[in-house]
Ligand binder design. Structure first.
Ligand SMILES: Cc1cc2nc3c(=O)[nH]c(=O)nc-3n(C[C@H](O)[C@H](O)[C@H](O)COP(=O)(O)OP(=O)(O)OC[C@H]3O[C@@H](n4cnc5c(N)ncnc54)[C@H](O)[C@@H]3O)c2cc1C
Length: 409
């Protein structure tokens, strides 16, 4: 194998998580390649479609540390308050940025805009080889390195690396080839997403409303619009998608109520089937699995990418520290630190998201009373809201350097 085909690190997947890792490690002296199946920035890349992504405040700090925030900030809308309620019932709770001493609890941006910012920065960074459009076909862990077989324009080549990072999404070919056991939950639900314009100003409040057919989220966006994430049972999706705009607005108004006045306009709709997946192992040999490849969550709590970028912050720190010391960054010892760091949070966020999705989609009377009491307790038990807000902002537990807003090194 020629010397030029040998890397310290190969990242497979140029979605938000893979690109964030590449940017976090840029200019740290590693020989890196990123392999992506689509042409970066092409409209056909599903990672960067029109869905709205709520970025937690903790994610902003990571973006500040890796220099992405200055370009992203003009494109985001702040969430200063979150209002959580149960449709037609008494329970509700509210979280306020001011109570937490932060300028915003989070920010909303479309995946497309986020993709533009991340990919622009990646293109400017000459310290990385971008291998795209190209697909990883196979890989072999040789013990002291990993050989990765890649097809590009019909030509198959082999690259080698000390560490292979799988950021290849929920259907991860790498996770599946390694036969890593997964826990899967099917919800029989889909998320319908669209931009929607209410008659009242959203005042930067995000609404999370639980209804008997599934949760509804409305996130503040620019020009008075809100991003709607409406979870419906799979047997209702075709019906709801087929409604004309007027009937759709009427149906949604009935679900959400009139807290934001009358919904006047709705944009293009898209639907996503929902499932939750958690890999029971996210390191095997010289391969580390991150982002949706390791955990694909129900979007109810807007945690999928936020959890993925915290994987990035921890893994980048482990790699950078090991590399600076001259250690083998793909060794079992090096990766054990990453596993130790991320296991509890990955499990807790996946289980909490699953519990929320189930509890708040269940129309049974006793459960409904219980969850309303839970929401009220959140409002009145001292400290409960603060803990919820810290977790929602991605600021609970031990934080990697990048998550504290500090650059590596
Ligand atoms: C409706 C909806 C709303 C959401 N809202 C939020 C939210 O508000 N907040 C939040 O934090 N998260 C949210 N999420 C989750 C978030 O979108 C995902 O967590 C995030 O996009 C995952 O990024 P990723 O890079 O891990 O994976 P992906 O985006 O799936 O990227 C994987 C990449 O790998 C490439 N690839 C795959 N196989 C190969 C191969 N063999 N060779 C080369 N390349 C390959 C693919 O082309 C792709 O570009 C939402 C998700 C949905 C569906």
């Amino acid at each position: 194998m020629s010397d030029s085909a040998r890397y310290d690190l190969i990242i497979v997947g140029g979605g938000m998580v893979g690109v964030s890792l590449a940017l976090a490690l840029a200019r740290r002296g590693l020989r890196m390649a990123l392999v992506e199946a689509h042409v970066p920035g092409a409209d056909s890349q599903p990672s960067y479609d029109d869905r709205a992504i709520a970025l937690a405040y903790g994610t902003r700090r990571i973006f500040e540390a890796i220099d992405v925030w200055p370009s992203l900030q003009p494109r985001v809308e702040a969430i200063t308050d979150i209002h959580v309620s149960d449709r037609g019932h008494f329970g509700f709770t509210r979280l306020h940025a001011a109570d937490e001493g932060v300028p915003a609890l989070g920010y909303v941006v479309t995946a497309r805009e986020l993709g533009r910012v991340l990919l622009d920065q990646l293109q400017r960074d000459a310290s990385l080889d971008i291998v795209a459009p190209a697909r990883v076909l196979n890989f072999v862990d040789q013990g002291d390195s990993v050989e990765v077989e890649i097809e590009r324009d019909g030509v198959v080549t082999t690259l080698a690396c000390s560490l292979l990072v799988a950021a290849d999404g929920g259907d991860s070919m790498i996770r599946e080839s390694l036969d890593i056991p997964v826990q899967r939950w099917q919800y029989g639900q889909s998320a319908i997403v669209a931009n929607i314009t209410p008659s009242h100003a959203h005042n930067n409040v995000a609404y999370e409303r639980f209804t008997d057919t599934g949760p509804v989220a409305l996130l503040p966006m620019s020009e008075g619009r809100c991003a709607l994430v409406w979870t419906v049972r799979d047997d209702m999706v075709d019906d709801v998608m087929a409604l004309d705009d007027t009937a759709f607005l009427r149906r949604f108004q009935d679900r959400f109520g009139h807290r934001l006045g009358r919904f006047k306009r709705v944009g293009k709709r898209a639907s996503y089937a929902l499932s939750l997946l958690r890999a029971r192992q996210f390191v095997r040999g010289r391969v580390a699995i991150i982002g949706n490849a390791a955990h694909t969550l129900h979007p109810i709590a807007g945690q999928g990418f936020n959890l993925g970028i915290r994987d990035v912050a921890a893994l980048a720190e482990v790699i950078d520290t090991g590399f600076a010391r001259g250690d083998d960054i793909g060794s079992t010892e090096a990766l054990a630190a990453y596993v130790k760091w991320r296991t509890a949070e990955q499990r807790n966020v996946a289980l909490a998201t699953d519990a929320l999705a189930r509890l708040f989609s269940n129309p049974l009377g006793p459960l409904r009373v219980g969850r309303n009491l839970g929401l009220l307790a959140m409002e009145f038990v001292p400290g409960a809201k603060h803990s919820l807000a810290r977790a929602a902002m991605g600021m609970a537990g031990r934080q990697p350097r990048l998550a504290r807003g500090k650059a590596l090194g």
